[in-house]
Design a protein around this ligand. Structure first.
Ligand SMILES: C[S@@+](CC[C@H](N)C(=O)[O-])C[C@H]1O[C@@H](n2cnc3c(N)ncnc32)[C@H](O)[C@@H]1O
Length: 282
């Protein structure tokens, strides 16, 4: 949505969760190319973790979740395929779904170059068309929280259907506290010659909101073009579940044997950048 600076100033300063958009534009071709560079960067952990961390997390998934046995798995929101490629090197058969065109292209190129047993689909995971017969379905890096509660339940039910009996669902979620803190953080600006939200000189205003009653946070990004002053706005919201609420919603989707872990690398105590992990069985 393109606006002017006055629209930006006159906006509702308490936007209802999801009222200004579902997510940042991962599926926009230009944005996805720029985001791919962030996924591949070893300077930060913003889009994907750095390779060294992913190596540790994959070791934990393979040994702790899969019992060191090659398995058939589905990675929802797989990005450029960093996890699926590593698991395929351990003889897993992997399917990845993502709606970022650049990420899926990168994942397919990597799999082809190494003849890995990975199939990637450029699709919106909300369509629920994932196939079935998986030993593991995973949705990591806090992405479960970006869906509103009713959609989250639908995703869990679809995951249940996609699994073999006894198969595992692995969710790496953002804790309620992490989401609340994010929603309460101060607004900030940055300028860039080129960046995620534009390839020409621009300013970005980031504003966060915590909605106590809805138990959700919204983050707004407003990018102002350096030459024209035109503003493009994006927003994402995160649903903040308590641990008990997550257990309840997993049970509603018929999952059992719910286990909690501090992080995807199995490290205790978890580091600042770690997110809690939930494992549940069909
Ligand atoms: C933070 S990135 C994590 C990527 C990957 N899991 C990783 O950790 O390297 C989130 C990914 O979820 C994808 N995504 C978000 N919503 C999606 C949707 N509705 N359908 C498909 N992919 C989605 C984005 O395109 C992005 O690649």
């Amino acid at each position: 949505m393109t606006k002017t600076i006055i629209d930006l100033i006159n906006r509702n300063m308490n936007p209802a969760p999801w009222s200004e958009g579902d997510n940042i534009p991962w599926d926009d071709p230009g944005f996805s190319e720029r985001m791919l560079a962030e996924h591949l960067s070893q300077e930060h952990d913003l889009a994907s973790r750095k390779s060294e961390t992913i190596d540790q997390q994959v070791e934990w998934i393979f040994s702790r979740v899969l019992g060191s046995c090659p398995a058939r798995l589905l990675d929802l929101g797989c990005g450029p395929g960093f996890y699926t490629a590593r698991l395929a090197r351990k003889d897993c058969e992997c399917v990845g779904i993502d709606f970022s065109p650049a990420s899926i292209r990168h994942a397919q190129e990597m799999a082809k170059a190494e003849a890995l047993s990975c199939a990637y689909h450029h699709a919106d995971l909300r369509d629920g068309l994932w196939g079935e017969g998986f030993d593991l379905v995973m949705l990591i890096y806090g992405q479960f929280n970006v869906f509103p509660r009713n959609r989250g339940l639908e995703i869990l039910k679809n995951a249940y259907r996609a699994l073999k009996p006894g198969g595992f669902l692995l969710l790496e979620i953002q804790s309620r506290e992490q989401i609340r803190q994010g929603g309460e953080s101060d607004p900030g600006w940055y300028s860039a010659q080129s960046g995620l939200f534009s390839e020409t000189p621009h300013l970005v205003l980031q504003e966060s909101f915590w909605h106590e009653e809805a138990s959700a946070a919204t983050i707004r990004f407003s990018a102002i073009d350096g030459e024209t002053g035109r503003v493009s706005c994006h927003a994402l919201s995160n649903e903040a579940y308590t641990v008990q609420e997550l257990v309840d919603v997993l049970r509603l989707a018929e999952f059992k044997d719910v286990e909690n872990f501090p992080s995807l690398s199995g490290k205790t105590p978890a580091g600042d950048l770690d997110l809690p992990v939930i494992l549940a069985r069909k």
